[in-house]
Design a protein around this ligand. Structure first.
Ligand SMILES: N[C@@H](CCC(=O)N[C@@H](CS)C(=O)NCC(=O)O)C(=O)O
Length: 207
């Protein structure tokens, strides 16, 4: 079978990025098919649900980023083999996906509508999820979300926490993670300092 091909936007974030990180960290060969956001209107016409990411594997074109991420995590050795630890990992993946959906629902809004929707995210919705994540992390020992080691849950958490903290989301304060869940901010910095992750972004700098 040929190597899997992941099609996603050419930026270092979003639903495709944890999948890229998992393949990279696991040394799994894959085709990193990136396209400019401006090309999405055309590319989406070719995908099963008019969405990305999609993974081309064998004769199949597979949708749903968490399912693809679990597959990548299994190939990369970054997904728990123990069923209970896998459950803990999946719970965090799906909670994080809720965050993607809730922030995504505010894209396209403008003016006061955007301000209000983002204020609701910043004051209620995101702090609730961030505190929940911090609680989960603490209950698993404080270092990782599952399996007492780096898993795909940590990769997805890193990507989303960095996004929330980027200052690029209008009306979402860049210090939201630090103020709502300080332990999660420290966790984000620690996971981000994982040598393979640092090396990945160093290699991507300037591309
Ligand atoms: N349920 C899908 C959602 C994928 C999704 O919404 N992707 C965004 C880009 S990150 C997209 O393609 N949006 C266009 C649309 O939904 O029309 C998944 O989990 O992968």
């Amino acid at each position: 079978m040929s190597i899997p091909k992941l099609s996603y936007f050419d930026f270092s974030g979003g639903r495709g990025e944890p999948i890229r990180l998992a393949f990279h960290l696991g040394g799994v060969a894959f085709e990193d098919d990136r396209f400019a956001p401006a090309a999405f209107a055309e590319i989406r016409k070719t995908t099963p649900l008019n969405q990305v990411p999609v993974l081309h594997v064998g004769d199949s074109v597979v949708t749903q980023n968490n399912a693809i991420l679990v597959y990548a995590g299994k190939l990369a050795g970054l997904y728990p083999q123990d069923s209970l630890q896998a459950l803990f990992c999946d719970e965090v993946l799906n909670g994080l996906e809720d965050i993607n959906v809730k922030i995504g629902a505010t894209f396209g809004l403008k003016g006061d509508e955007l301000r209000q929707a983002r204020a609701n995210l910043a004051t209620e919705v995101l702090p609730r999820y961030l505190r929940w994540l911090a609680g989960r992390l603490e209950s698993r020992g404080g270092a990782y979300f599952a399996d007492q080691r780096l898993t795909i849950a940590d990769l997805k958490a890193l990507v989303i926490l960095r996004w929330i903290s980027s200052g690029k989301l209008d009306h979402i304060p860049a210090d939201l993670v630090a103020t709502a869940a300080p332990s999660l901010a420290a966790y984000m910095d620690r996971i981000g300092a994982t040598p393979g992750i640092v090396q990945y972004y160093a290699a991507r700098a300037g591309k």
